[in-house]
Design a protein around this ligand. Structure first.
Ligand code: UDP
Ligand code: MG
Length: 148
């Protein structure tokens, strides 16, 4: 089953949005497979965003991600990468539709509350980076009520 890496950024934690965000993924029917509150160091944040290292906003982005604890999660389900990005909304909250997390809870692109992997391949890399200890093995007993 497909997995994605979702991170509630420091602003989302500080603003008390953890429960709301987890609820949205739970209510959709996705399965929580990994979860931790963690403050990461600069080098780790730079690794996570390595693909963006040439961007002009890279240093500010790293400062943002290391500015407080984040909630790192692995969610599992059919098409969870693409659907997770839809639940999150467009990168710039000015363009995120109402009903999406960024559309409902964010205003500035540099305080957009949440990260989600953009492809199955990057999800695998991000899960390996953030959860080197591995993730939980379990199957929801609701499975047959969610999948036909
Ligand atoms: N970002 C920013 N300014 C920009 C573009 C992106 O501050 O012009 C930040 C923003 O927080 C975004 C993150 O960098 O979520 C990673 O950028 P990406 O293009 O990967 O967007 P995402 O995948 O998070 O939607
Ligand atoms: Mg991205």
């Amino acid at each position: 089953m497909e997995q994605t890496f979702i991170m509630i950024k420091p602003d989302g934690v500080q603003r008390g949005l953890v429960g709301e965000i987890i609820g949205r993924f739970e209510q959709k029917g996705f399965t929580l497979k990994g979860l931790k509150l963690i403050t990461v160091e600069r080098h780790f944040a730079e690794q996570h965003y390595a693909d963006l290292s040439a961007k002009p906003f890279f240093n500010k982005l790293v400062e943002y991600i290391i500015s407080g604890p984040v909630v790192a999660m692995v969610w599992e389900g059919k098409n969870v990468v693409v659907t997770g990005r839809k639940i999150i909304g467009a990168t710039n909250p000015s363009d995120s539709a109402p009903g999406t997390i960024r559309g409902d809870y964010a205003i500035d692109i540099g305080r957009n509350v949440i990260h989600g992997s953009d492809a199955v391949e990057s999800a695998k890399k991000e899960i390996a980076l953030w959860f080197p200890e591995g993730i939980a093995e379990w199957r929801s007993s609701l499975h047959s009520w969610i999948y036909e």
